[in-house]
Design a binder for this molecule. Structure first.
Ligand code: B12
Ligand code: SF4
Length: 501
């Protein structure tokens, strides 16, 4: 038996415990190991200084990729970091695992260095989304990490904890997700998490890996090959388990990329939930893809099982653009899916993108027509606040020429089309027009941001113009940003450096 510590460096979500750590913790405990979990991300968020008030907002993730800025943040939160390190040292772990993603590697690197100093006898491992795709492990290895675990961690990390080795390339993915133990949520101090009011007392579960579609713009799809799901019975049993441990549980948030990849699973889950509800009034939300083979009866079964809200990735109202995206449904199927969900009493959110490569003004008008046609069935329209990003590891990112895209070295959202007609400001314009039209139609417009639309707009436009070398315009946008966020010293400094006339 080993003593194993699991650490979540910032940045990660603040609404609920990190699923990966909760899953790894339960696997380690099932194998007989003693586990200490340290969600340093939430501990720092809770104690963040005013200068870092917005740093955890999802639209500010790029802040966390700048090593110097992250070092400064850790330094100014020295007490909280030291407290966590002392707790870890007192546990005397044989093995420490850090969960790392694109936006947490600088913090993970700093922590690895300090952990190695404090715990020279412990072996240090890093795994996580960053290592589910090709990436350079050198920055972490240089900081003292002994093992980098590629791909899924459930089997591999338990092997390491047992003193065995795992191949450099990682182990094959788990095919039977039903074999996973339930998430260990008890290891987390739940009162530190900060769910938005509408979520209520909830837990988040991830019951599948991958997706049945292959949209060309999709980044997350690349992290899991193919599609695997737990059975409906297994999902139901896990919901029942958590409901029994938290009598005040109000809601389940399914984080799956899609919850209807396999309809037999969905039917089985809904049947069990309706037959023996795990808690009175327990409601749930899930992401769905448009499937013409989902009839009214299935949406009614979902409602009877507690489903009160679904999100569809519609993205465009133009059949031609859906074709370019390699979405696999007809626009009429989307109309029908919305009507069926709404008819069953389930609130509907739809996600939209703007300016996908090849989208013309006429295509955009068809997205507006989709809104108009479906206004009565659509509770929330959720316009992507990056409009159309070139996501790393997506098919699009690997085939820019095919799509006529000229990338920006500054950020995946600032690309332009080869003919110059599709630019970041043009995509923003379409998004603003879309949001205005949705409001006129009485549809709620989801902000999708944790700061504000106005702030994000001027800051991003400032970044965009700066990256194009348009200093005057960049300065004008940053000044507009500072009108909304006068306390932001870092941006004030950037404005001074632009030195506009
Ligand atoms: C749900 C989700 C979220 C939720 C997290 C909720 C929660 N409670 O965990 C929220 C919405 C908060 C979130 C936020 C972010 N996310 Co996110 N998220 C996802 C999503 C859809 C699923 C993640 C998940 O729970 N998977 C299930 C668990 C079990 O899998 P896992 O996390 O990958 O962990 C496995 C392995 O990685 C490994 N592992 C993980 N940790 C460790 C540690 C050790 C020691 C070992 C050995 C192994 C190991 O083992 C685990 C089990 O097999 C993925 C997409 C995807 N396909 O995975 C993106 C994804 C992980 N997110 C991503 C990113 C970048 C973010 C953000 C950092 C920034 C952003 N721009 O979105 C933000 C955080 C910023 C912020 N301020 O909030 C990227 C990561 C890219 C990368 N290469 O690192 C992904 C892949 C999406 C993408 N863009 O492609 N996310
Ligand atoms: S965008 Fe959604 S439906 Fe398309 S591949 Fe990605 S997860 Fe699947």
């Amino acid at each position: 038996m080993s003593r194993v510590a699991l650490v979540q460096p910032p940045v990660w979500g603040i609404y609920d415990p990190p699923t990966a750590l909760a899953q790894l913790s339960s696997c380690l405990k099932a194998a007989g190991h003693e586990v200490l979990v340290c969600d340093l991300n939430i501990e720092l968020y809770r104690r963040r200084l005013p200068a870092y008030r917005d740093a955890w907002a999802i639209e500010r993730s790029s802040f966390w990729t700048r090593l110097d800025d992250v070092r400064a943040l850790l330094e100014s939160h020295r007490d909280a970091v030291e407290e966590a390190l002392s707790r870890l040292a007192a546990f005397r772990p044989d093995l420490v695992g850090l969960s790392v993603n694109t936006c947490s590697w600088p913090a993970a690197r700093e922590l690895a260095r300090r952990l190695k100093e404090r715990l020279p006898q412990a072996r240090l491992a890093a795994g996580g989304p960053l290592f589910c795709v090709p990436s350079d492990p050198a920055p972490l290895r240089d900081a003292g990490v002994d093992f980098v675990v590629r791909g899924e961690g459930e089997k591999a990390f338990v092997e390491l904890a047992g003193g065995r080795t795992v191949p450099e390339a990682g182990l094959p993915p788990l095919m039977d997700l039903d074999a996973l133990p339930f998430l260990d949520l008890e290891a987390f101090p739940l009162d530190l998490y900060d769910p938005p009011g509408h979520m209520g007392r909830h837990i988040s579960l991830m019951t599948s890996r991958g997706c049945v579609q292959q949209c060309v713009f999709c980044g997350p799809r690349a992290y899991w090959d193919g599609f695997r799901t737990m059975s409906g019975r297994r999902i139901y049993d896990e919901v029942r388990h958590h409901a029994a441990h938290r009598p005040d549980l109000e809601a389940i948030e399914f984080l799956d990329l899609l919850f209807n990849g396999r309809l037999e699973t969905l039917r089985e889950f809904c049947g069990l939930m309706a037959e023996a509800p795990p808690a009175p009034g327990l409601r749930w939300h899930a992401n769905l893809v448009v499937r013409p083979d989902m009839d009214e009866a299935l949406y009614r079964a979902m409602r009877a099982a507690g489903c009160r809200h679904v999100t569809f990735g519609i993205e465009s109202g133009s059949q031609r653009v859906l074709g370019l995206m390699r979405k696999r449904y007809r626009i009429a199927d989307a109309d029908a899916a919305l009507a069926r969900a709404h008819g069953a009493g389930i609130a509907v959110t739809c996600n939209f993108m703007f300016g996908f490569p090849g989208e013309t003004e006429a295509d955009f008008q068809q997205t507006l027509a989709f809104l108009e046609r479906n206004a009565r069935r659509l509770d929330t329209a959720y316009p992507s606040r990056s409009y159309c990003t070139i996501e790393p590891h997506s098919y699009l990112a690997g085939h820019l020429d095919e799509f006529g895209v000229i990338p920006s070295p500054a950020h995946g959202q600032y690309w332009r089309s080869r003919d110059g007609s599709n630019t970041y400001p043009e995509r923003l314009r379409r998004c603003e027009e879309f949001s205005r039209r949705a409001r006129e139609l009485g549809i709620h417009v989801g902000e999708g941001l944790q700061t504000s639309v106005e702030k994000d707009k001027w800051l991003s436009l400032g970044d965009y113009h700066e990256s194009c070398g348009e200093r005057e315009e960049a300065a004008r946008c940053l000044r507009r940003y500072l009108e909304c966020a006068p306390e932001d010293e870092a941006v004030r400094g950037r404005l001074a450096a632009l030195n506009p006339s």
